[in-house]
Design a protein around this ligand. Structure first.
Ligand SMILES: *Cc1c(COP(=O)(O)O)cnc(C)c1O
Length: 372
């Protein structure tokens, strides 16, 4: 039996009855798009995340595009981000019409404030910064905020992997204009399909986002903005609020307990742990380790033979993807050696909340038993 990176069968076994309740409720209501379920899910998520406004969207990538467009960032504007992320981060910036600029990460794989400082010196016209809370670890928002303020840039958090995360007491969304999250099924709060949300303390921004997600409509048949069709649907909202959001804190606690077990148990000298700055505040979407680049394929093959499904996040940096390079010159602050190190050396171990302690110990034994 393989220990999976995500175990949707166990998720279903646990949640099926609650999911089916949601489906029945929506089906019987006769109202399938932008109704009471979306509204009550937005309210519930707002409470959970401690942010006053939540706007459900079609997916996490659209939420980032909408956040940028709410702040009037578009054609001709530069947006600083990290190249070590899901491609969607860079693509959302392009879709907004803006130009991504990439800077390097630190030892934790997260946007490095020193690299941001340098980037803002090289490109003083950067208008927005999109840090990514990769692996469920929050970027150093307390360091980024004064840099952004001094440069006159806005901060938008890519929190697709980090719903509910904090770092030394600073919560996701507390120091930025907006945070964007994803309900893609593998995420910590995953739907049974696509979904995403924009979270903000800014009422005006939230109002614009409500309009942009729905064709830029301000009242019925009145379109004041060039919008998108990016709505969270009633079914996903009902499933999220009835089945998955009520379990999120338990799941997050379980992910943290597994992370602690890994951090204490993995002792192989060639396997480098990435505890991050605040392992207790992180929500551990993934559990990344680093191994020497030349040995990664062998390490992954060894894990596979030991019944452990591992992943790589991410094997190719965003600014090296053909979709980016074919557009012409890519704005990049140097060679991004740290981001490249993650691309070459990172391996993600299973950390989904339905892992048993004995499975976690099996993963630890497999890692420690690797003969390099
Ligand atoms: C998943 C993800 C996204 C995109 O979310 P979708 O819902 O798939 O559009 C963006 N950024 C990061 C870091 C992600 O992990």
């Amino acid at each position: 039996m393989t220990i999976l990176a995500n175990d949707f069968k166990r998720l279903w076994d646990d949640c099926a009855a609650d999911v089916q309740h949601g489906v029945t409720r929506v089906g019987a209501s006769g109202w399938y798009v932008l109704g009471g379920e979306v509204q009550s899910f937005e309210t519930a998520l707002s409470t959970y995340a401690d942010l006053p406004h939540v706007v459900g969207c079609g997916n996490g990538m659209d939420a980032i595009e909408i956040a940028l467009r709410c702040l009037d960032i578009g054609v001709g504007d530069k947006v600083l981000t990290t190249s070590l992320s899901a491609f969607a981060t860079g693509l959302a910036i392009l879709r907004a019409g803006a130009e991504p600029v990439y800077c390097d990460v630190g030892d934790d794989g997260l946007m490095d404030p020193d690299a941001v400082k340098q980037a803002l010196e090289i490109y003083p016209d950067i208008r927005a910064i999109v840090p990514v809370h990769l692996f469920g670890h929050m970027a150093d928002m307390a360091a980024l905020r004064p840099l952004a303020d001094a440069a006159g840039a806005v901060l938008i958090e890519d929190a697709a992997q980090a719903i509910g995360a904090s770092r030394n007491g600073v919560r996701m969304g507390a120091l930025s204009r907006a945070s964007c999250t994803s309900f893609y099924p593998t995420k910590n709060l995953g739907a049974i399909g696509d979904g995403g949300a924009l979270l903000t303390a800014d009422a005006t921004l939230a109002e614009t986002a409500l309009s942009l997600r729905n064709y830029g409509q301000t009242e019925k048949y009145v379109h004041d903005n060039i919008g998108l069709n990016s709505r969270l649907d009633e079914l996903q909202a009902a499933i999220l609020s009835g089945a998955f959001l009520p379990r999120l804190q338990t799941w997050t606690d379980r992910r943290r307990a597994i992370a602690r077990r890994y951090l204490d148990g993995i002792t192989h000298q060639a396997v480098t742990l990435c505890p991050g700055a605040d392992p207790e505040g992180a929500v551990w979407h993934l559990f990344p380790v680093l191994v020497p680049a030349a040995d990664r394929a062998a390490f992954m093959a060894h894990l596979g033979k030991s019944g452990v499904q591992a992943g790589i996040h991410y094997p190719k940096l965003i600014h090296h993807q053909k979709a980016m390079t074919q557009r012409g010159s890519v704005l990049c602050c140097g060679d991004l050696p740290k981001a490249q190190e993650f691309a070459d050396c990172e391996v993600s171990l299973p950390i989904h909340p339905y892992l048993s302690d004995s499975e976690v110990d099996q993963v630890i034994a497999a890692v420690n038993g690797w003969v390099q």
